[in-house]
Design a protein around this ligand. Sequence first.
Ligand SMILES: Nc1ncnc2c1ncn2[C@@H]1O[C@H](COP(=O)(O)OP(=O)(O)OP(=O)(O)O)[C@@H](O)[C@H]1O
Length: 259
Amino acid sequence: MNKNIIQIKGVKKSYKDVEVLKGVDFEVEQGGIFALLGSNGAGKTTMIKIMATLLKADAGSIVINGFDIEKNHGGIRGSISLTGQFAAIDEILTGRENIQMIAKLRHLENPNAVAEELINRFGMSEAADRRVGTYSGGMKRRIDIAMSLVGNPKIIFLDEPTTGLDPEARLEVWKIVKELSSAGTTVFLTTQHLEEAEQLANKIAILHGGKIIALDTLERLKKLFPPAKIEYVEKQPTLEEIFLTIIGKKGGEINGIYK
Ligand SMILES: Nc1ncnc2c1ncn2[C@@H]1O[C@H](COP(=O)(O)OP(=O)(O)OP(=O)(O)O)[C@@H](O)[C@H]1O
């Protein structure tokens, strides 16, 4: 079994008198894709911000990549990167310049080479020298994820990575996430989309009422529910069926008018 790269115990957080996290416990294995599921306002972003050292928990213990958050903020910051719901990209710069900027901020030796490597890895050579303002939503998310890989963090936090993307761009992000995990990066993502967790995650945690109420593989979570039962429902005709009936290719009848 892989070691647990994230260990969270008894984490609590309130905003004024609203208690959002009421004792959150979970562990994340190194190298996998872990999905934190929860409805709007469940506290997913709060949990990510706490782990990323952007917000302080009121109680609990947090150990990431062997560093205790109370004793070594810097160690945790050097091990992670965070990509938020709203891409932190400078739209006036090109994709390449955005990556170079992050490499400079992280004091890497050769920002140009770092950018070149990531642009190739993400298949963005054609768009790299265009302003990000001209990119589609999917391309922006792609460059955003590329930026978060500058400096090779061990863990990447993706907060609702496909929110606001069209289905094609969503598939593209899913592919990138799978590739990251195959290359050994631990991916921690939050999502409201069950399908997203189903597609990507090897461990799924459900945050509800301020606590983790379930944490398991998809297969085992499915077993918690009764076996699927067959239900008979009145079916409305699809547009295709209506169309085929009207043009006489199907012997159906709609409201007794068309045969
Ligand atoms: N700075 C803040 N001050 C007061 N309340 C806050 C603050 N940040 C978040 N909250 C509240 O805490 C709760 C949890 O918010 P959070 O953003 O962590 O949820 P979430 O699960 O990420 O939701 P979403 O899926 O909508 O992003 C919400 O009710 C939110 O309104």
